[in-house]
Design a protein around this ligand. Structure first.
Ligand code: AMP
Length: 187
């Protein structure tokens, strides 16, 4: 089973992905974490990524697609993937279909966590205190939201007619959302 968790920044994608990983023994692919790792490890592209993320922009498709390609082709993770924060653009969504198709896999569930802007801002400001992410200050949050609306929202149209697409109210409590997702997966 492969799962995509989709939604705006601060929707709770990472939290829900973690829960599904634990319950269903999947592997989480968080492109945000992969990118932050590159920064931490001071890799060649780490510096470039740091500048992009701190401005609230998106890393280039080239960088992100490269990061996920090897994971998708890893036989140990085949059909056990949960994508958190990918795809974030139409071209990434098309690339994901292609990569999965090339390795005889498919998406089984897409969960769209729908949350409004006010809730997002409040949540991320709280997270800033806990996780100290440099891209969680107010100016960058608002920029990330705009980038989401402009580049990521169109992916919703691309996905929403698929039979395995589910919209979930992401403003509910963590446990309520988790249980809704689990119910859908186990039916
Ligand atoms: P996240 O941890 O998912 O909130 O991602 C943090 C930041 O990493 C985003 O604001 C983007 O700058 C970058 N990022 C994460 N995933 C992607 C992606 N699929 N494509 C482009 N940039 C990404």
């Amino acid at each position: 089973m492969n799962v995509v968790i989709f939604g705006p920044p601060g929707a709770g994608k990472g939290t829900q992905a973690q829960n599904i990983v634990n319950k269903f023994n999947l592997h989480q692919i968080s492109t945000g974490d992969l990118l932050r790792n590159e920064i931490k490890n001071k890799s060649e592209i780490g510096k470039e990524i740091e500048e992009i993320i701190s401005k609230g922009d998106f890393a280039t498709d080239e960088i992100v697609n490269k990061l996920i390609k090897n994971i998708i082709h890893d036989p140990q993770k085949k059909n056990k993937l949960i994508f958190d924060g990918y795809p974030r653009s139409i071209s990434q969504a098309k690339n994901l279909d292609l990569l999965l198709d090339n390795s005889n896999q498919k998406i089984d569930f897409i969960f769209f966590l729908n949350v409004n802007k006010d809730t997002i801002v409040k949540r991320i400001e709280k997270r800033k205190i806990l996780e100290k992410r440099t891209d969680d200050d107010l100016k960058t949050i608002l920029k990330r939201y705009d980038t989401y609306m402009e580049t990521t929202m169109p992916v919703l149209d691309f996905y929403s007619s698929r039979t395995y697409f589910y919209e979930i109210d992401g403003s509910e409590k963590i446990e309520v959302i988790s249980s809704k997702i689990e119910q859908i997966i186990t039916v």
